[in-house]
Design a protein around this ligand. Structure first.
Ligand code: ADP
Length: 557
């Protein structure tokens, strides 16, 4: 018999070069005894080198494959992974390739996305070109979901038969998040500018209305002060005054709504505020078959906020939910929860009404957006909420699955923002009548000047009136006045400019100015008044209050 052995050696030739040699040797036996070893040696250097190069290039390709930042995969026609790279494992929070190879890719697709994923695969099979789609994928490692972008292409064999797919998978959560942040920022800016224009409009309207309204109230008060007028006329006058006061209230609310007032800074218990707001609405809620449940976090800290404004927000959200639920099913459940999330307090209002269409989720906060009938909704409610919450440094948004109700979430910071300076509140001082005082009134509205004349003449003062700042300067030059009543908004030179001139040339006179303002709520005016610490009355003013204020200032000396 023969025993054969094949061996490979690396030999060093005499010239110093290495060669690979394959030897085939067998032992030849004679009479059961090994006698001779017989063999052949073959130089296989070339074959060996070719093999080594192939291995090297394979390794190189594999290195590239593994170090690609995006997930790379191949799969069979059913979607079962046949090869994946390291990035695919990382994306799925897996460590071993065995956990992913052999898995069907559809097992990683979020159920809500399944149809689209199937359609994507069919399209890829049909088109033969690269097809790119986005899905929500589930990480096999921890079950969390993330948006993924997949670009895939059909693989075919030499005969053109489809054998599977090759593709790239990219985790786009960061890109999505950045896009979302950008969208939110843009939206916020847009909304802010819309609110600002509504604010301007409201301030403009308020200014226009307040002058004539001051006359209406003032003259009606003057008349009703007369002694010998018949009783029925007195009653009519009362109706005029009440009506005009209501208009004044509406104008004031319009200004508040238009975010013209800075929030107050008071310590507020959110739970108490929610409770009192629900109570405020209890009657309507009961009538509408709405059951309100509250879940308050007992550890909730008090925050610094404007309770009146926040109540307006809560009330708006409650009334909206109530209206929608009542209209949809004639009854409903409203769950109000408070909780602390990080450095914020979160208040959510969850209803079981009709919910909000996805495309409307952001638009509902736009001023004048409403789905209600003409005359039933103004579309201002939520934009006011938005304005107030933003002024508090917080956020408000809605979440909804149509048909499954809506949730409105208000998030407020626990730490208050730096408080705004407040206009100095005049202290109550001893009031005594100062007769023979000389007063100058400056206002571009002749009706207001007339009214002031009537009111102050009753008090026995001497009043000069001018309708612009330039004439006022001339009068001031000629006369010594005990008091100057100064309208803030005038064409040409404003009351503020006139005041600033006075401060330079006659500071003692500047201290004797009382402002009359139609829009004290305006942020600039407010800032000016608080900084100048000057006394002021707002239009429309009440006759007796004006008289009292004038008396107080004159008696100050
Ligand atoms: P308005 O109530 O005058 O329409 P809002 O700004 O308060 O103005 O609301 C705007 C729109 O938002 C409403 O017309 C309605 O379509 C939608 N909306 C508000 N709250 C809810 C809610 N709880 N459920 C469903 N839709 C709502």
């Amino acid at each position: 018999g023969r025993q054969q052995a094949i061996n490979e050696f690396k030999l060093r030739r005499k010239d110093g070069k290495y060669v690979y040699v394959e030897t085939e040797a067998s032992v030849i036996h004679r009479e059961e005894k090994p006698m001779v070893i017989q063999g052949i040696a073959r130089d296989i250097t070339e074959r060996k080198n070719a093999q080594e190069m192939l291995q090297q290039s394979e390794q190189k390709l594999r290195n590239i494959f593994e170090s690609v930042a995006d997930g790379v995969f191949t799969m069979d026609m059913n979607g079962v992974y046949t090869e994946v790279n390291q990035a695919m494992l990382d994306m799925h929070r897996l460590t071993s390739k065995n956990d992913l190879i052999g898995v069907n890719a559809f097992d990683c697709v979020a159920p809500s996305n399944m149809e689209e994923a199937r359609a994507g695969m069919e399209q890829t099979t049909r088109e033969g070109a690269i097809v790119t789609k986005q899905f929500i994928s589930r990480r096999l490692g921890d079950g969390s979901e993330f948006p993924v972008e997949i670009s895939a292409k059909l693989l075919t064999d030499a005969w053109g038969n489809a054998t599977g797919f090759v593709g790239i998978a990219r985790d786009v959560s960061q890109r999505k998040q950045a896009e979302e942040e950008k969208r939110q920022l843009e939206q916020k800016a847009q909304l802010a500018s819309r609110l600002a224009s509504v604010g301007e409009l409201a301030a403009g309207i308020a200014h226009e209305i307040n002058n004539p309204l001051t006359s209406v109230i003032g003259y009606a008060q003057l008349l009703s002060g007369e002694e010998n007028i018949p009783d029925d006329m007195r009653k009519d006058l009362k109706a005029i005054i009440e009506g005009a006061n209501r208009v004044a209230g509406i104008v004031k609310r319009l200004l508040t709504f238009a975010r013209q007032t800075k929030p107050q800074q008071t310590l507020v218990s959110i739970a108490d505020l929610v409770t009192s707001t629900v109570e405020l609405r209890a009657y309507h809620l009961r009538n509408g078959n709405i059951k309100v449940t509250t879940q308050f976090d007992p550890e909730l800290p008090v925050i610094t906020a404007d309770p009146g404004q926040l109540q307006q927000v809560f009330l708006n959200l409650i009334v909206n939910a109530e209206t929608e639920m009542k209209q949809a099913h004639g009854k409903g459940k409203l769950l109000i929860t408070t909780e602390k999330v990080g450095k914020t307090i979160r208040i959510s209002f969850k209803d079981d009404g009709p919910g909000i269409a996805k495309e409307n989720l952001d638009r509902i906060f736009h001023p004048f957006f409403t789905t209600k009938e003409v005359g039933e909704g103004t579309g201002l409610g939520l934009s006011i909420c938005y304005g107030i919450v933003s002024e508090h440094g917080g956020r408000i948004w809605a979440e909804s699955q149509p048909g499954k109700g809506a949730t409105f979430i208000v998030e407020l910071p626990v730490v208050a923002r730096a408080s705004q300076p407040k206009p100095a509140k005049p202290k109550e001082e001893k009031v005594q009548k100062v007769a023979k005082a000389k007063i100058l009134a400056v206002d571009d509205e002749p009706m207001i000047l007339q009214l002031l004349g009537r009111l102050l003449a009753e008090e026995g003062y001497r009043l000069d009136t001018v309708d612009n700042a330039a004439d006022a300067m001339k009068m001031i030059d000629k006369e010594r006045y005990n008091l100057i009543l100064l309208d803030i908004k005038m064409p040409d030179m404003s009351g503020i400019e006139l005041y600033e001139r006075l401060q330079k040339i006659a500071p003692s006179l500047a201290r004797r100015v009382m402002f009359i303002t139609g829009d004290v709520m305006g942020p600039e005016t407010e800032a000016f008044l608080s900084q100048a610490r000057a006394p002021y009355v707002t239009k429309p003013f009440d006759a007796s209050k004006l008289k009292k204020e004038v008396r107080r200032l004159l008696s100050r000396g």
